[in-house]
Design a binder for this molecule. Structure first.
Ligand code: HEC
Ligand code: HEC
Length: 211
């Protein structure tokens, strides 16, 4: 057992949170391992559902958020979720509320909740009533599809977008564009800096309707 792992076991046993960043590769390995075993997966999902009792106030009973400025977690890739949780924990991503909350969650709970939410289904916005949506679709197909996928399902490194909440999408794109300590990413930064306000409005009208 290497020293880092030994300390990790010790702090987990003591209910403390490790202070070093957990690597994205470790997260991916662990999630893939759980997905590979039905018993491990079910155990993590059940524990995650229990641990998420507090999250439902904002992210909704089944991970479909109750507010349009709070992201859905349902259907999001488990590795992506876990990586974002670690970003809140070590300050690479910051939010008034989430940063404090995540720091008090045990590593095991973080993992279990990511597994739980990834298995929930998303309820996309109904209809295409917003007239901006078709412009948003054109922009999406031209620029975003290459990474986020034709259906917006994402993958381990790239967020699922399909069905995401409109005000949250706007906030996220504006944050990447501004590139402050709240949220920054080199890839999304370079994409978002090319977006004008009305491109963002169009994308935030279209993406929530993607199924
Ligand atoms: C008081 C409301 C509130 C509660 C309760 C809450 N969250 Fe959040 N959560 C938010 C907001 C707001 C954001 C978006 C922050 C931002 O803009 O960066 C967020 C973002 C997230 C994200 C990032 C999602 C993405 O698409 O990148 C994850 C993961 C997350 N929360 C997990 C949790 C978990 C797990 C819990 C329960 C332990 C929880 N949240 C409880 C408000 C909340
Ligand atoms: C070259 C690949 C690439 C392209 C093209 C791309 N993205 Fe992304 N996107 C990413 C990656 C990687 C992330 C995760 C970044 C992080 O960890 O914050 C991301 C994250 C996001 C998020 C955050 C989602 C969440 O749940 O918080 C939004 C919103 C987003 N992208 C929208 C878009 C839109 C809209 C476009 C097209 C205008 C686009 N992306 C094009 C790679 C890409």
């Amino acid at each position: 057992m290497n020293i880092r792992l030994a300390i990790a076991c010790l702090v987990t046993a003591l209910g403390l949170t490790p202070s070093w960043p957990v690597s994205a590769a470790d997260n991916a390995d662990r999630v893939r391992q759980a997905i590979g075993s039905a018993a491990d997966f079910d155990k993590a999902r059940a524990a995650g559902k229990k641990a998420a009792f507090f999250c439902v106030n904002c992210h909704g009973e089944d991970g479909n958020s109750t507010y349009d400025y709070i992201p859905n977690l349902a259907g999001q890739n488990a590795v992506y979720l876990l990586n974002q949780i670690e970003k809140f924990a070590d300050g690479r991503r910051q939010d008034e509320f989430m940063s404090g909350l995540i720091k008090v969650l045990k590593p095991e709970d973080r993992f279990n909740m990511a597994i739980y939410y990834s298995g929930q289904s998303v309820r996309p916005a109904v209809g295409n009533a917003n007239p901006l949506a078709s412009r948003g679709q054109q922009y999406y197909d031209r620029t975003c599809k290459a990474c986020h996928g034709a259906q917006g399902y994402g993958n381990e490194k790239i967020a699922r977008l399909a069905g995401q909440q409109p005000a949250y999408l706007k906030k996220a794109l504006e944050a990447y564009r501004a590139g402050t300590k709240l949220r920054n990413d080199p890839i999304m930064g370079s994409i978002a800096r090319r977006l004008k306000d009305d491109d963002i409005a169009a994308l935030a009208a279209y993406i929530p309707t993607m199924k």
